[in-house]
Design a protein around this ligand. Structure first.
Ligand code: CA
Length: 245
């Protein structure tokens, strides 16, 4: 008996939160192409919004096409490098956009396999058989200290340096990318999210919300609602992708 995944379903929700004047997160996806991207922009004035939407648009332009010369996962690193260049070049040309950048978490799916590509501190999780596992590693100063054993997770949450990210798209000419190849089983649920969700809600709470028997769109809205109820200090975005047999 084959347990190959034959298709995916997806939904997303994004909200400004309760404290920020604008929403600098962006997302985009193509279920048909198996491409799902989420970005959290940063920069003065409206620059963060520009950076995150440039990244999503460039990724979808390059990977969301129906006819690609190679499988999308093989083209993903070049597409991310291209998005990096687009933002970097725009920032160089326009002083108002100088220093803008964005995180990117990108999921590519292909029947029974998936690949996650990550830059920055947005996250991807996989819920499988009631277990929520964080797949990506944050490129943030405090999380790197936690991984080195120099800081506890509780200290990281309280640190005044918790917003400092160590990698972003668009701030340098080149950017290193983390890649996580994964197997996929039917009923696996992937969550891509910005830190506006994970700063407000514990992994345990996220896991229990994800197990509610609701349509994906409603699950996304529940997550956003819970993060707003917990404070909504930042923009909140979540993108859910479910593997179905
Ligand atoms: Ca954020």
């Amino acid at each position: 008996m084959s347990t190959a995944v034959v298709h995916y379903a997806a939904a997303a929700a994004s909200d400004r939160g309760r404290k920020r004047p604008a929403n600098e997160d962006a997302f985009g996806f193509s279920i048909r192409s198996g491409v799902y991207a989420l970005c959290d922009g940063m920069g003065g004035a409206a620059a963060g919004e520009v950076a995150s939407s440039l990244a999503v648009d460039e990724i979808l332009r390059l990977l969301g096409d129906d006819v690609l010369p190679q499988p999308a996962h093989e083209l993903a690193e070049d597409a991310i490098a291209s998005a990096n260049r687009v933002i970097y070049t725009r920032a160089q040309r326009n002083p108002k956009l100088a220093g803008m950048g964005t995180t990117l978490v990108l999921l590519i799916t292909n029947e029974s396999q998936a690949w996650l590509f990550n830059v920055g501190d947005s996250r991807a999780y996989r819920l499988r058989e009631r277990q929520l596992q964080q797949i990506t590693l944050d490129h943030s100063l405090v999380e790197e200290q936690v991984r080195l054993g120099r800081m506890t997770p509780a200290e990281a949450l309280r640190s005044p340096l918790r917003n400092v990210i160590t990698r972003a798209l668009g701030t340098h000419e080149n950017v290193p990318i983390d890649v996580f190849p994964l197997d996929v089983e039917p009923n696996d649920l992937f969550l891509l999210c910005s830190d506006g969700l994970t700063r407000e809600l514990s992994d345990d709470l996220i896991a229990s919300l994800l197990q509610l028997d609701l349509p994906l769109q409603e699950l996304c809205e529940r997550l956003v609602h819970a993060a707003n109820k917990a404070g909504g200090h930042d923009n909140i975005t979540c993108l859910l992708v479910r593997a179905e047999s």
